[in-house]
Design a protein around this ligand. Sequence first.
Ligand code: FA5
Length: 342
Amino acid sequence: MEYKNQKIADVALILKKRFDDTENKTDILKAIELRSLYSEISTLPPDERAVFGQEINNLKQELEGMVAEYSEKAEALPSIDVTAPFAANTKPDERPRLFTSDQGTKHPLTTEMERINDIFYRMGFEVVESRQIDDDYHMFESLNFPEGHPARDDYDTFMTSDGLIAPAHTSTMQNRVLSERKEALERGEDIRVVIPGRVFRNEDLDATHEHTFHQIEGIYVGEGINAGHLVATLQTYLSEYFGEELKAKLQPFYFPFTEPSFELAIERPEQLRKDDSEEQRWLELLGCGMIHPNVLKMAGIDPVKYSGFAWGGGIERMVLMHHGIEDIRHFNSGKLDFLRQF
Ligand code: FA5
């Protein structure tokens, strides 16, 4: 496809070249270059925005086409046997004994989530559980994604035909938490909450991508809060969790609900890398940034007086790194030889 705008044509060239080397093909749709083009729209004179926006959408559609074509060609997965190992109405004493209770253990994700909640509790954060069904307002609008905003597509969201949404991130809780604590904030109590929860995405699966996984969201709002507080909080979290200083990098990113936004990646130990590439060296752990003034306003909080930061990080990826597990799909596999190691 030909692009009239030189900047868009340059980005198209770069991303098409990168496509072949990208392990998870859908990552190309989240490329920083594409996001930067979208964030440029608002800086253009109003009469140039529509044409520029349309060309970016064309580029995104072309890339989506490449991803879809690739997925069709990819090997079909073997089907899963979903039948129970015995009929549901078999009498209790005639059922096969699968596991005696003294052999059972907590699932490693449960253990690790309790540990993470405990770290934040000790840092003074309240823990609030997220929900597993939501709506368009909390998934998008309250997070500064107006109707038709192209970044809505990045979240590969499952929704029912009557508009219910399986949350694709724990950020769906931001507006609720902020609105509920607004009055306490005005009385001088900072908002500091973490929200662990299960999230769902229509993703291509691989060693670091699941369709059902867990995130922990963090929110801190008060007077004079800045990005330094964000970095210090995340540093404390990571060093408490891993018990050592890991090499981490924070790079600029784009989320509609934070400004500025960043992505934090940590260095994988060598035994968890498939090759020596730069891509294998880093594992993306969380997104974060300073809460966008529109998000504060939508919760009734004055963005002139108050500021804050938020982050949302994958829990499975923390556990992969902590225990040296090579594939995220073990967690939901139900395989006893995996689970018995914890
Ligand atoms: C978000 O979900 C944003 N809501 C994060 C955020 C919150 C930003 C608050 C700013 C403020 P992202 O799509 O990058 O961002 O996901 C965040 C983290 O979830 C990733 O870094 C990764 O650790 C984890 N994650 C994302 N997709 C998957 C997946 N398919 N499988 C496992 N973990 C995933």
